[in-house]
Design a protein around this ligand. Structure first.
Ligand code: OAD
Length: 241
C-alpha cells in the first residue's frame, strides 16, 4: 500500500507539510462534511448551515447545531491517524500541519503548532466585532459582553475569509516543503485545496491519502487509496524502520 519511493522522499525531506480534512477524523466518529449527517441533523445540509447568512437568519438553530457538534467532538477520541501525524513531526527536520478541521483532535493527539485553517469549534467570537470572547454567557444565543451583538462559534463559514496568519503560514509552508501530504480532504474548498498546487509548483512530491481518490489525484505523485487511520500509521512505521 505504501510506495517505497514516498518513504524515501520523506526520509530525504527537509520540510514536510500535511493538509488534513474531515476524513482524518471520520474514524473518530466525526461525520465529514459531504457525507450524510447523523441523527437529528440528517435532514440538514452542513453547507447551508455553515454560513453567515444562516446564522443571521436563525442564530438559535445554528447554535443548536454547533452545540450538538461540540458534544459529539468532545466525546470523540483521536484515532491512529491523528497519533501517526504527531509522531511524523518527530521524525522529520521540519513539519507543518495545516488542518481544515475545527475539532482539535490533532492537538489532543499531541500535535503542536497546528494551523487551524477554518478556526476551532470550541472558540467563540463576536459576530459584529470579530474578536474572540473567552467566556460566553450561558444562553441559547449568547451575546458579546462588550457590544451586545450575537456571539458565534469562531469557525470560518462559507464565503468568509481565512484568518491572515493561517493563510500566510500555510502558503509559505506549502511553497517551502519537499513533501506535501493531502489527507482525508475532498480538495473542493479553496484556498485550502490550492495548497497542494503551490507545493507542486515548487517541486514538492505530493501524495494523497483517501479511500475515495479525488479528481485532483492525477496531478499528484502518489495516491494511497486507504483510510487515514490505517495508512498514516503504516507510512510512519515505514519511515521509522
Ligand atoms: P469533505 O467532507 O469535503 O471530504 C472528506 C473527504 O474525506 C472525502 O474525500 C472522503 O472520501 C474522505 N474520507 C472519508 N473517510 C475517510 C477516512 N477514513 N480516511 C481518509 N479520508 C476519508 O471534508 P473536507 O475536505 O475537510 O469548510 O471539507 C473541506 C471544508 O469544506 C471543511 O473544512 C468545511 C467544509 O465545508 C468550512 O466549513 C469553511
Amino acid at each position: 500500500m505504501i510506495d517505497p519511493a514516498l518513504v524515501a522522499a520523506l526520509r530525504d525531506a527537509r520540510h514536510v507539510c500535511v493538509l488534513t480534512g474531515a476524513g482524518v477524523s471520520a474514524e473518530s466518529g466525526v461525520p465529514t462534511f459531504r457525507e450524510a449527517q447523523q441523527g437529528l441533523w440528517e435532514k440538514y445540509d452542513p453547507q447551508q448551515l455553515a454560513t453567515p447568512e444562516a446564522f443571521e437568519e436563525d442564530p438559535k438553530l445554528i447554535w443548536q447545531w454547533y452545540r450538538w457538534r461540540r458534544e459529539l467532538v468532545a466525546a470523540a477520541r483521536p484515532n491512529p491517524g491523528h497519533f501517526a501525524l504527531a509522531r511524523l513531526a518527530e521524525l522529520v527536520p521540519r513539519f507543518t500541519l495545516v488542518t481544515q478541521n475545527v475539532d482539535g483532535l490533532h492537538q489532543r493527539a499531541g500535535s503542536n503548532d497546528v494551523i487551524e485553517f477554518h478556526g476551532n469549534l470550541f472558540d467563540n467570537r463576536c459576530h459584529a466585532e470579530g474578536r474572540l470572547v473567552e467566556h460566553a454567557p450561558d444562553a441559547e444565543v449568547p451575546v458579546c459582553p462588550g457590544c451586545g451583538a450575537n456571539l458565534r462559534p469562531a469557525v470560518v463559514w462559507f464565503g468568509e475569509a481565512i484568518p491572515d496568519d493561517a493563510l500566510n503560514e500555510s502558503f509559505a509552508a506549502a511553497a517551502d516543503c519537499d513533501v506535501f501530504l493531502s489527507v482525508g480532504t475532498s480538495s473542493l474548498v479553496y484556498p485550502a485545496a490550492g495548497l497542494a498546487d503551490i507545493a507542486k509548483e515548487n517541486r514538492a512530491m505530493v501524495a494523497e491519502i483517501n479511500p475515495n481518490p479525488t479528481m485532483r489525484v492525477d496531478g499528484y505523485d502518489f495516491s494511497i487509496v486507504a483510510k487515514a487511520a490505517a495508512a498514516l500509521p503504516k507510512l510512519v512505521e515505514s519511515l521509522a524502520a
